[in-house]
Structures are given as C-alpha cells and as structure tokens.
Design a protein around this ligand. Structure first.
Ligand code: NAD
Length: 294
C-alpha cells in the first residue's frame, strides 16, 4: 500500500471513496469541516484539522465542493502546502474550473509538491461500488504512480492530457449528463401524464434510441430502480446545486474558445430555477418531480 493517505472532504462522494481505500487496506486519515461527516468512514483516523491530516501523508486527496474552496484548502494561509511533506502528491478529485486546476498545479509544483486533477464520473453509486471513472490531467508518470490508489476507488483511470485536461473532460461529460437527465425527465413525465405505465415506458426507452445512463441506470421516476436517490425522495446523490455549478463552469470554458453551448445554457437555467425553488440539495433527477408538480 501507499503509506499514509490523507482525504479532505468527506461528503457524499468523499466518504464512499475513502471507505473503499480503507476496505482495500490503505491507512487513511480523514478531515472534513463538518465533524459528523469526518466520522462516517469506519476504520479511518479522524483528524480535528487539516494540518493533522496531511502531516507526513504521502498522498493527499481532496474532494471538495468548488474551485474557491480547493484553492483555499491547498494554497491558503493555513493550506495543505504549509503542512504537507515536500514531494508528496496532491490529487484533487473535485469538479472545478480547469484554469483553477492549472493555477493550483503550478503553485503546487513550484512549492516542491506534485499535483493531478482527477475529477470523477459515476456518482455516489459508482463511489460506493468503487467503479468510478477518473479523468486525469497532469504528468503521465505521476499518474502512473497514483494509478494503484485510484484503482482502489474506481474502475477506469484515463489520462486526458496536461494539467486541467481532466476537468475539461469532466465538464463535457457533465453537460451531456445534465441535458440527457432533463430530456429523460421530460419524456417520462409526458408519457406518464398521458397514461403510460412508468415501468413499461422505461423498458421501451431502454431498448430504443432514447436510452441513456439517465434512463437505464438512474431513472428519475421514483420506484423504478431500487437504491438510487429517485427512489429515496431524491436524497443523497448528485445535488442540484452541484450540477448547476458544473454547467456554469462548462459555460465558462465555452467562453474561452467561443464554442456554442445552447443546451448547456438552457440546462443551467433549469437547474438554477430548481435551486431557487427548494430543490438545491436534492438529487439532480428531481427535475422529474419539478416538472410533474403536485
Ligand atoms: P458534498 O457537499 O457532499 O461534500 C463536500 C464535503 O466537503 C462536505 O462534507 C463539506 O463539509 C466538506 N468541506 C467543505 N469545505 C471544506 C474545507 N474547507 N475543508 C474540509 N472539508 C470541507 O459534495 P459531493 O457530492 O461529495 O461532491 C464533491 C465534489 O465532487 C464536487 O466538486 C462535485 O461537483 C463532485 N462530484 C460529485 C458527484 C456526485 O454525484 N455527488 C459526482 C461527481 C463529482
């Protein structure tokens, strides 16, 4: 195993990822601003602050809400670079702006550390099962050294290119995910309102051209698939606020290269509207509930 690992950000994703590292024999120290979250990983050493978690760790993984928090956590006045051992590797698995990943990478290497951006796809179900896809930006050799650790949390580790490239790939994936989820919610809601049986409609779509991850693995209609957030009052899962964040980030990247992203913009506004109507912390499949009404 890889020596002591530090894991910062033990939320919906981080708790499950850290849990797989522990289960697969790694020594893991965890820290989260919310102490109850930090205590959610059996077998991990719970730390009271970031300094305690990262001290002497050979690899430090962050899974945090956004770019500002990642930047502050790594480069801030009391950040990781102030307390970690020189030469250690930082792997940021959060979804953030590619430009911020590049900035943090540059500062990290300048200070004598290594850095990879390694955002993930697969949601909480993939995090739980250890089947995440890691989209990695940064030095290929550094990635080779990190591969055994990432493979304890995922099934695919893909090198996307230089620093920031993992984030670009992730944002492209997520805009497609958000758009297909909204489309699936729209189609399922229309069919059900017109009297179709939800199970029948889903089974038709899933052997037809409307099929997607959203229809097949994460169908937004409650009760169709067990043990996913739509069947648990849209609790847990991929929060509406985070999807809205990712769509905003994708629009920001589109501005850098003048790529038109019309459906990304529409999906962004739909998720913002959900957020303003009390759905912010619900799973992103709750677009179905929003469209359906009461
Ligand atoms: P979350 O809000 O459940 O978890 C974030 C955790 O970070 C929380 O426990 C919070 O207390 C903690 N935190 C915040 N600031 C901190 C700080 N300064 N120091 C230590 N801990 C801090 O979010 P999540 O769903 O786990 O997502 C995390 C990241 O992964 C996001 O960037 C998100 O976009 C991305 N992501 C999420 C999913 C998903 O399905 N949930 C899928 C892929 C990627």
């Amino acid at each position: 195993n890889a020596g002591t690992l530090a894991f910062i950000g033990i939320g919906n994703m981080g708790s499950r990822m850290a849990n797989n590292l522990v289960k697969k024999g790694e020594t893991v120290r965890v820290f989260d601003l919310t102490p109850a979250n930090a205590k959610s990983v059996p077998g991990a050493q719970v730390c009271n602050n970031q300094e305690e978690a990262v001290k002497d760790a050979s690899v430090i993984i962050t899974m945090l809400p956004n770019g500002d928090i990642v930047k502050d956590t790594v480069l801030g006045t009391n950040g990781i670079l102030k307390h970690a051992s020189k030469g250690s590797l930082l792997i940021d698995c959060s979804t953030i702006q590619p430009q911020v990943a590049q900035e943090v990478s540059k500062a990290t290497y300048s200070a004598g550390f290594k850095f990879l951006d390694a955002p993930v796809s697969g949601g909480v179900t993939g995090a739980e099962a250890g089947t995440l896809t890691f989209m990695v930006g940064g030095d290929k050799q550094v990635l080779n050294s990190a591969d055994p650790i990432l493979m304890k949390m995922g099934a695919n580790v893909l090198h996307c290119g230089d620093s920031g490239a993992g984030q670009i790939a992730k944002l492209c994936n997520n805009l497609i995910l958000a758009i297909t989820m909204i489309g699936t919610c729209e189609g399922m809601n229309l069919g059900i309102k017109m009297g179709l049986d939800p199970k029948t409609l889903a089974s038709i779509i899933n052997v037809s051209t409307g099929r997607s991850w959203s229809s097949q693995t994460y169908n937004p209609v409650p009760g169709l698939i067990e043990k996913i957030p739509p069947s648990n009052d849209y609790k847990g899962g991929f929060a509406v606020n985070l999807v809205a964040k990712d769509l905003g980030l994708a629009e920001g990247v589109a501005l850098l290269c003048n790529a038109p992203v019309p459906l990304t913009a529409a999906a962004h506004q739909i998720y913002r509207a959900l957020s303003c109507n009390g759905y912010g912390n619900k799973d992103f499949a709750s677009v179905y509930q929003f469209l359906k009404g009461n």
